[in-house]
Design a protein. Structure first.
Length: 193
């Protein structure tokens, strides 16, 4: 199976990375936050929710990845559910994972700007910070223990050395690099790195 996932906190560069990888010929399709797939995987942990409907969603994703790389990108909200990314390894044991990490100050500023006025609102930094630290730790630990299965793509580094950051992904998936990335890189409004 040629399956991969882009996983990171919201506002950490997951969408930018998806857009860049969409241009690589060896990649068939990257789903943009397929919530049905996320929930299907999460619900499989509970016997009472095991249902052919959810199994079919997972099976359909598997079927697409026979000849070309197929992926999905998930931008996670801060909270305990974000740690459920680990469940994907169980249901997609041959998958590759590209984690996105951006410095906490800019990630939080961008997240806060997006969510402060919605009904749910944005969590305060005192709540966000421990979740960011723990999630980042899990990304780094998994990558260190599984260097042939995962890499970390540092959002802040693409403004300094995009070639090195995209080389990590090319090496992990055995694909070519997206062309013209450097010309599309623009520093975001919230930038302190």
């Amino acid at each position: 199976m040629k399956e991969f996932f882009i996983i990171g906190l919201r506002r950490s560069g997951t969408s930018f990375l998806k857009r860049e990888l969409d241009q690589v010929p060896e990649i068939g399709k990257i789903d943009f936050e397929p919530h049905a797939l996320w929930y299907a995987v999460m619900l499989q942990k509970f016997n009472r929710f095991k249902d052919p409907f959810y199994s079919k969603i997972i099976e359909n994703f598997h079927k697409r990845a026979l000849h070309r790389w197929q992926g999905a990108k998930f931008a996670l909200n801060p909270g305990i559910d974000a740690l459920d990314w680990k469940s994907f390894i169980r249901f997609f044991p041959e998958c590759k994972v590209i984690f996105t990490i951006r410095n906490i100050k800019d990630t939080y500023a961008s997240y806060y700007k997006c969510d402060k006025d919605i009904i749910r609102g944005a969590v305060p930094f005192s709540v966000y910070e421990p979740m960011y630290v723990e999630l980042t730790r899990t990304f780094e630990q998994f990558t260190k223990e599984n260097p042939n299965k995962a890499c970390i793509w540092y959002y802040d580094e693409i403004f300094k050395d995009p070639v090195t950051e995209f080389n990590k992904i090319s090496k992990l998936l055995g694909i070519s690099k997206p062309k013209g990335t450097v010309s599309r890189i623009k520093k975001p409004e919230h930038w302190s790195a």
